[in-house]
Design a protein around this ligand. Structure first.
Ligand code: GDP
Ligand code: FE
Ligand code: FE
Ligand code: FE
Length: 196
C-alpha cells in the first residue's frame, strides 16, 4: 500500500520504521496486525484504506513514551486534565494524536480522532474511528475470551462490534478492580442510550 501524499508527506515505509523505533517488537507486530485488519475492514465497509493504514500505524505511537512527558503534553495542549490520573493506558491515544499532527503533519480530523479515541471509543465516531477501535480489539494476535464473537460481529456490523468492545472493556475493568476513566463511562452511556 503506497501512500499518495493525501494525508501526510511521509511514506508508509518511513512511518513504519519510525514507529518500530518507538516500541518493543511485540507491540510493533501488534501495530502491523492492526493495520492489516483495519485495511481489510476499510475495504469491507468502504473507508479509505490509506487513511485506515495511517491511523493504525500511529495508534499506539505514544504507548511506551515517558509518562511525565505525556502529562506535560496533555496539560500544555489543554487536553482533559483528568487524563493524567490514568496512566499511559489512557493517555497514549490523545498523545498519539498530538504526535500524528505535530510530527507527521496529519490534519485529517477523522484520522486524528481515530487515534485519539482508539482506547475508550467516542460518543461520536467516524467510520475510520470505528474501524481502528475494532481492529485494535480483534487483530489476529488477540486471544482473549470473546474475541471470536467480536470478529464475527465485525464481519456483520461494525457498530455492534464497537459496542461489544465498549461493553466488554467496562466489565473487564470492573473485574480487574481498576479505576475507570470518566470518558469511558460517558462513551458507554451514549452507546447504550442509542441502542435502547
Ligand atoms: P493497546 O494499546 O493495543 O494495548 O490497547 P488499548 O489502547 O485499546 O487499551 C489499553 C488498555 O487500557 C487496555 O488494557 C484497556 O483495557 C485499558 N483501558 C481502557 N479503558 C480504560 C479505563 O477507563 N480505565 C483504565 N484504567 N484502563 C482502561
Ligand atoms: Fe492503544
Ligand atoms: Fe488497543
Ligand atoms: Fe493497540
Amino acid at each position: 500500500l503506497a501512500y499518495t501524499g493525501t494525508y501526510t508527506a511521509w511514506s508508509r515505509e518511513g512511518i513504519v520504521s519510525e514507529v518500530k523505533q518507538q516500541m518493543k517488537t511485540s507491540r510493533f507486530e501488534h501495530v502491523l496486525r492492526v493495520e492489516q485488519c483495519a485495511v481489510r475492514l476499510a475495504e469491507k465497509y468502504g473507508a479509505s484504506a490509506e487513511a485506515c493504514s495511517l491511523a493504525a500505524l500511529l495508534h499506539d505511537y505514544a504507548k511506551e513514551h515517558d509518562v511525565e512527558e505525556m502529562k506535560g503534553i496533555i496539560l500544555r495542549e489543554g487536553m482533559d486534565p483528568e487524563l493524567v490520573h490514568f496512566g499511559s493506558e489512557i493517555m497514549h491515544g490523545p498523545v498519539g494524536a498530538y504526535y500524528a499532527e505535530k510530527k507527521f503533519g496529519i490534519t485529517d480530523e477523522e484520522i486524528l480522532n481515530a487515534i485519539r479515541q482508539h482506547t475508550i471509543g467516542g460518543i461520536e465516531m467516524s467510520l475510520i474511528g470505528k474501524i481502528i477501535f475494532v481492529a485494535d480489539y480483534i487483530e489476529a494476535g488477540r486471544t482473549f475470551k470473546g474475541v471470536e464473537e467480536a470478529r464475527e460481529l465485525a464481519g456483520k456490523n461494525l457498530d455492534e462490534a464497537a459496542y461489544y468492545k465498549i461493553e466488554k472493556t467496562i466489565i473487564h475493568l470492573v473485574k480487574k478492580e481498576v479505576p475507570i476513566y470518566p470518558g469511558t463511562i460517558y462513551v458507554y452511556n451514549s452507546w447504550i442510550q442509542r441502542k435502547a
